[in-house]
Design a protein around this ligand. Sequence first.
Ligand code: GAP
Length: 539
Amino acid sequence: MEMDKLVSLCKRRGFLFQSSEIYGGLNGFWDYGPLGVELKRNVKDAWWNEMVRGHDELLVHAGAPSTYEMTGLDCTIIMHPQVWKCSGHYDLFHDFMVDCRESKKRYRHDQVRGRWVSYNGQRIFVGTQAEIGHEEEDTQHRALKFFNLRAKDAERLAWEGDFISLTKVSNFAEVLAPDAKTLGTLTEPREFNLMFKTYVGALSGEEGAAFLRPETAQGIFVNFKNVLDSSRVAIPFGIAQIGKSFRNEITPRNFTFRSREFEQMEIEFFCHPSQSRQWYQYWRDRRYKWYLDLGLAGERLRLRDHDQDELSHYSCGTADIEYAFPFLPSGEFGELEGIAHRGDFDLRSHMEGKLAKDAAGNLAVELGEDGKPRHRGSGKDLSYFDDQARERYVPHVIEPSAGADRATLAFLCESYHEDKVPDENGNPRERVFLKLHPRLAPIKAAVFPLVKKDGMPEVAQKIYRDLKQHFNAFYDEKGAVGRRYARQDEVGTPYCITVDGETMQNGSVTIRDRDSLKQWRVRGDEAVTEISKLLRGTT
Ligand code: GAP
């Protein structure tokens, strides 16, 4: 599937718009339109209902070491600045960037790609930020310009190897930056903290400085004790949260995949240290299954365990659920969700102060040059006391952390289909349809009167109103019925109901299935029951 087609459908049919578009847009920010908001809400509801509200704490779920409880939370976006000092985000949450002295543009060091080329004894690295599929065209065009050659001389350029990341290039004097005309205009890579800074209250100096949260997770850690004390949950249990996070990404790109404002769906699961490996395995498999069940089955979805050298210093296991997005080079996957074993790092950091590995390789409070903790913890006791075992310990944490926007984008990419169907005269017609899982589809059923007369609109409107009591439905009486089907296919509506001449005689209506195109008749007063049954059958 070509990404351009999906992007255009999303805009045309009201799934996604660029933020502040009438003012030229704001890079890295996206608005969800009337259908997009329904789709994303269905993704979040599917997550919340399955992980939290619908969770059965009396059952041992398949693969789980024991029963467990789940509860929810909704924390603020701005929190005490000390939270980010103890979590490590203040010191460590950065990317490397390079600036171009000529174009004044800024790029993420690892995201500038390029290729070596030689001509007339000179060898240069041509950097590009062009979208996948346009890289070759862009680098060729710029190399020709740089060497003062014409298009017909392209064969005189000697290209070397494949596109590689700028991180693999050591001599920046040989680099032609993505938007530059001269060589060597890039600065050396520098650290750039990704947290958005703001000021709280009337204090504009550092005293009032605060940050927009870069993840929802920390709100859960700092409320661990509150939840324990107020809800009678016992370990093992999980706290879930869905909410906005903000990262000042250097180069937001690939539609909503890397945005500066996005939503996360995170669980912090607290367990006994001796059981944490089993719980890690459970969550890793459980979360993968969630995507499979909602339609991401196939070779484009994978579960990848991190290599030992990729793991954080406190983690004894991390796995990513990844999807082969169409905007990535062939064979590459993008992260949808990470499932991390975080040990007791977070709770201990918020108790004692920011932890780091000491000389002996153990986690200990990081000290500053004055020998005092570099970032003081809250000093509050965040340990857990097990009444029955009479044991006190700091729980270990398993963190399944997903992005609501990335999941929504993956479901959109996966669902995009094109085929040919017969039109009203039996001739083949091109069809675009979103094969969304009915649970995720923004509209569950559309109702059409075949014509706008003979009492058909009244009957169709009655069915539409009945459907609306149960789920999102749509009524359409404008244009040829084939065109109305096509419009619903394009936004992924799984079922269409048509009221026609036969309805007026015997009360039956047709139901049409989006994927198989099968049509069958049911009694009009049973249409709601029939659609509900069909939707339930797919959940
Ligand atoms: N608490 C752990 C954490 O935040 P992460 O891997 O940085 O881990 C988790 O983020 C998920 O959030 C990612 O797997 C991705 O789905 C989503 N995410 C992260 N940065 C994002 C961005 N700039 N735009 C959209 N989604 C993003």
